[in-house]
Write a protein that binds this ligand. Structure first.
Ligand code: SF4
Length: 435
């Protein structure tokens, strides 16, 4: 197909799912219908696809649901975009529905809050790591739950294998965060996340927007939401929410400040005509949208998939600015790649489109080093899979370690990682090699 990134699905693709065969377009694009009909349990999964998926898949998914550290919740939009003829390899299914047969043991160096966000948190739900920027976790729910969520320590409900800390939307907690922002004049930039800003009420979007715009030293902020990827119809049918974001962005502009949306697409097949319509509306309303992706096995870890994603996002005016090398998060070892795979794909992506639409590949250095350009490691041993990072202006003098997944290493090295003494020795050697 010529220029595949210019093609958008316009068919009523959800009608392939037996349960939604009679659902018309107006019903399907209603965000309330999407919320009500989300797949949240194995029982519901069976009810929805028992006629089109075989028992091997359903049994595998049932065991996967039980083992997953992340709550399962998938919108009908995403669910019907999954490739139900090849569900084991479908790039969308991989991100949201865990299969027990594909799970791998967690890396021995994995921590539940791998980025150390709680240790840089002066106020509950606020992370202040970089001098001029903070992360404000406004709430702890999302319209869908991604298997690989970095914030699985707080987002979504408890599961059979994990217990979460609570960061519910609460006026008192928010007021503490706003007071901190007022007092800290070095802060210019706020990420409003969670959880997902799609789950904020329109009145809450305005409240947060007005509060932040009333603080002189705050120059820019973004509402972080995966919503455009997983439920783009909300932009079209929840006019109160869309207008609230647009009015905050316009008010910001009148103060010579910037408010935008940061979103999260990982594969070109997540983008349809509904997404394009939603983006056209946001463009008309003057709301800028940027994208960050996560680099994942079987989703976008090959140059062609990543290039198509970058070009398709650019086509609908979403700026693809970051690709994260996958964090070390629980229950997602099958999705991680080696750092080398990301470096190789980055080289192929660069040069295929304009520089401002070329994403920077980053490693979010575990334990609080922050985002580092993937090429900027101080040391990388491809045999042990250990890379060492520094962050001179974030945590001067500290060293941070990132680990390739064990399945990307040789059999001998995988065995070595199983022995604590050998493991400690490899880590000590890696740290020693960086002055
Ligand atoms: S939408 Fe974002 S915050 Fe919510 S589960 Fe996915 S990655 Fe985590």
């Amino acid at each position: 197909m010529a220029y595949p990134w210019r093609q958008f699905r316009e068919d009523e693709f959800w009608r392939r799912i037996p349960l939604w065969r009679d659902v018309d377009y107006d019903t399907f694009i209603d965000h309330n219908w999407q919320e009500k009909n989300a797949i949240v349990s194995h029982k519901k999964l069976i009810r929805t696809i028992q006629d089109i998926a075989d028992s091997a898949f359903l049994n595998d998914a049932e065991a996967g649901f039980r083992k997953a550290p992340m709550t399962v919740r998938v919108s009908p939009y995403l669910f019907s975009l999954m490739d139900w003829e090849n569900p084991f390899v479908c790039p969308i299914r991989r991100q949201f529905l865990p299969l027990a047969s594909q799970l791998q043991p967690d890396h021995p160096m994995l921590r539940f809050d791998s980025l150390g966000e709680q240790s840089d948190s002066p106020v509950k739900g606020l992370t202040h790591r970089y001098e001029d920027k903070v992360l404000f976790l406004a709430l702890d729910t999302c319209p869908v739950y991604c298997r690989y969520c970095t914030r699985a320590y707080a987002v979504g409900g408890d599961t059979e294998t994990s217990e979460k800390i609570s960061i519910k939307a609460s006026k008192n907690r928010w007021q503490d965060a706003f007071s901190y922002l007022r007092e800290h004049k070095e802060i210019e930039d706020v990420v409003i996340s969670g959880g997902d800003s799609f789950r904020l009420k329109a009145s809450q979007v305005k409240q947060i927007g007005d509060e932040l715009l009333s603080i002189d030293h705050i120059r820019r902020f973004r509402f972080a939401t995966k919503g455009l990827c997983v439920m783009p119809m909300k932009i079209l049918t929840d006019t109160a929410w869309t207008d609230a974001v647009a009015s905050v962005a316009n008010k910001a502009r009148s103060q010579y400040k910037e408010v935008c949306i940061h979103t999260h697409f990982n594969h070109a097949s997540e983008i349809t005509k509904i997404t394009q319509d939603a983006m056209n509306l946001l463009v008309c309303k003057g709301v800028k949208v940027r994208n960050q992706s996560v680099f994942q096995t079987g989703v976008n870890d090959d140059a062609d998939s990543m290039i198509e994603l970058v070009k398709k996002l650019s086509h609908i005016n979403v700026q693809p600015y970051y690709v994260y090398v996958h964090d070390l998060t629980a229950g997602t070892e099958d999705m991680r790649t080696s750092l080398q795979t990301a470096l190789s794909v980055e080289k192929e992506v660069r040069g295929t489109t304009s520089g401002f639409n070329t994403p920077t590949f980053v490693v979010d250095a575990p334990d609080g080093g922050g985002k580092r350009c993937a090429h900027s490691f101080e040391h990388y041993d491809r045999e042990t899979g250990i890379s060492v990072w520094t962050a001179p202006r974030v945590k001067p003098g500290q060293k941070f370690l990132y680990f390739d997944p064990l399945h990307s290493l040789s059999k001998e090295m995988q065995l070595a990682w199983g022995k604590a003494a050998f493991r400690d020795e490899m880590i000590r050697n890696a740290l020693r090699s960086v002055k």
